[in-house]
Design a protein around this ligand. Structure first.
Ligand code: NAP
Ligand code: G4F
Length: 327
């Protein structure tokens, strides 16, 4: 039986990846931080089979202990401070967790595996946020990185560190450069979920307006359930490598609003949206659109859920949630 260790098990991707690996017969271990993590109950409910280990990406000895307990064949490093806006306010902590935390996980894996490093495979959750002020459209694996946020800078460090472990120690370490991916499990601070929650509440008469920042940015949005499959596929390849995972299409926040409000029959969405400078960023990433050709050709990966289906799935799920909480 294959064993996997997932950091970031309490996050959106951790939950989907945990489900995928369990369905493939893996024994799954998940790293959880904090002495009373509020998301523990959710993980236990969705993934009762997963064995939880306490540890923190900033604490290398705790990662070594986690590895000793799990003895994984595959390590998925999904843990991070992942909210870009927050990363300006907590740049130092973001560097420690999202940047140096990845190094800690790589180094702990190398130290723990010792002469058996060939038996372990490592996945690093890299991000399209690394492309920042994009130097090429669409963005591919070879596009020059130009991060625009402390989060993006930390991810670039983690990305190159992963490549460095591959090149220095021959470690089977792959990076997935994932473009934005969403789901009903997305944190409510991210723009998709913030909008689908607001649309659900507005359609039920529980709220009038939603305050947003820049409506002109474009993102390449896919479904998280599809993207965790790409992570797994990367670790099944003989050679470790880096892959862009994206849909190849891009939409603005305005288009997202149109589809989300349209799904509940509201066509004049502008009267429900206000703009608030608090949600504008010191530096914006204006346009993200990925070229997933390498993933399609090498991994045989392609997304199954399109943008409209994704937004509709999220709005429907939020309507159901809101109905249950107001019952
Ligand atoms: P998420 O929902 O924000 O989950 C982040 C996870 O990291 C949570 O489980 C969180 O635990 C954990 N974490 C935070 N600080 C930690 C620490 N000090 N030690 C150990 N774990 C810690 O993010 P996601 O959307 O699932 O994304 C997964 C990964 O992919 C992240 O690395 C993210 O940066 C990257 N990524 C995401 C996207 C996307 O569009 N979703 C795109 C590209 C890359 P708590 O629950 O305890 O906070
Ligand atoms: O949903 P967002 O906060 O996601 P962002 O910044 O693109 O980051 C996400 O995707 C990255 C991959 O590219 C991940 F690495 C990262 O961890 C995270 O998952 O914002 C999307 C866009 C931005 O342009 C932002 O300025 O939406 C714009 N936006 C406009 N109003 C807003 C809002 N974003 C948020 N969160 N809240 C607003 O009110």
């Amino acid at each position: 039986m294959k064993r996997a260790l997932i950091t970031g098990i309490t996050g959106q991707d951790g939950l989907y990846l945990g489900e995928l690996l369990i369905s493939k017969g893996y024994e799954v271990y998940g790293l959880v931080r904090g002495q009373n993590n509020p998301k523990l109950d959710t993980v236990r409910r969705i993934l009762p089979e997963v064995k939880l280990i306490f540890g923190d990406l900033t604490d290398l000895p705790s990662l070594l202990r986690a590895l000793e307990t799990a003895r994984p064949h595959e390590v998925y490093n999904l843990g991070a401070i992942s909210f870009v806006a927050y990363s300006w306010e907590n740049a130092s902590m973001t560097s420690d967790v999202t940047g140096k935390g990845a190094f800690n996980m790589l180094e702990a894996t190398r130290l723990w595996a010792g002469s058996k490093l060939d038996d372990v495979r490592f996945y690093q959750a890299s991000s399209s946020e690394m492309f920042g002020k994009v130097q090429e459209v669409p963005q591919r694996e070879s596009t020059l990185l130009w991060p625009r946020s402390p989060y993006g800078v930390a991810k670039v460090f983690a990305h190159y560190m992963t490549i460095n472990y591959r090149e220095s120690y021959g470690m089977h370490a792959s990076s997935g450069i994932l473009f934005n991916h969403e789901s009903p499990r997305r944190g409510p601070e991210f723009v998709t979920r913030k909008i689908t929650q607001a649309v659900a509440r507005i359609s039920l008469g529980l709220q009038e307006t939603v305050a947003l920042g820049n409506l002109d940015a474009s993102r390449d949005w896919g479904f998280a359930g599809d993207y965790v499959e790409a992570m797994w596929l990367m670790l099944q390849q003989e050679q470790a490598d880096d892959y862009v995972i994206a849909t190849g299409e891009t939409q603005t926040i305005r288009e997202l609003l149109e589809v989300a409000f349209g799904h509940v029959g509201i066509t004049d969405w502008e009267r429900h949206v206000t703009q608030d400078p608090r949600f504008m960023r010191p530096a914006e990433v204006d346009l993200l659109v990925g070229d997933p050709a390498k993933a399609r050709e090498t991994l045989g990966w392609k997304p199954k859920v399109d943008f409209r289906e994704l937004v509709q799935m999220m709005v429907d799920s939020d309507i159901e949630d809101q109905r249950q909480t107001s019952r």
